[in-house]
Ligand binder design. Sequence first.
Ligand SMILES: [Zn+2]
Length: 282
Amino acid sequence: MRNYNKHPLRIFIGVGHGGYDPGAVNKTLGLTEAGINLTIALLMERDLKRHGVQVQLSRYTDEDDRLKEEIAECNAYNPDFAVEIHTNAGGGTGFEVYYQLEPWEHSKLSLEMAKRFDTNVQTHFGVKTRGIKTNRNLGWLSQVQAPCVLVENFFIDGERAAWYAEPAQLKRFAKAYVCAILDYYGMAYVADNSSCQMVKYQVLDANGAKECASRAVLIDGNWYVHLRQFSQNLGKDVHYDNGANKITVYSPEDYKVSETGFGLLRIRDYETRLDRVMAGIE
Ligand SMILES: [Zn+2]
């Protein structure tokens, strides 16, 4: 598990095609591959950022975005992991994911990631896939200087093409991919209800542990809760354990003891106006 408060996880998303190059098209349904790839990438960006992950896309609009430029941008960003998004075409069916063969230290992570993409697409859509593949001739896989995969979404001209007209299906793709990435890094996916949800937490102090509950919302990897206001009033700090999906409020003395713990949210670190507003202080 990473301490992504100190070393935020960085993900680069290559958005296939764009601008002069629409990629594959489905004229009957009015779909372009460039558009589908971008929508899924933007949904992934929002979801990953919600979990505190840093994200850069190769493009954010329908603009020219040559593979050479994507690779250069990705290498300049120096991510922990990169994924290139494409949508398959040519009259087949199913999802496929490609992993890197070289260098070997990337290949292992790439294959592990590919397995997670494959499994998550199967579970989220309830369908079989075309499996995990590799291809030495794909520039993305051979020139990106970070562990990476390349995904080919369901065929734009296949039996599931109509799904691309449904926002819920595009969201399902994004969620499947985000779950794959988070799972590799040992982070739990937290549902986005766009509203507060009830979280249970413990308050630890000299008197022992007390079980409590409060409304909270997850934004940029931090739980924003009235709990923080409550904690600050008591001069306490908040720890969020992604693995256990659990919040603990520490007294500062206890907190020093557990300094090595990851995901410790020091209330005094929340100094931006957004933090204060979200915490209900302003
Ligand atoms: Zn493509």
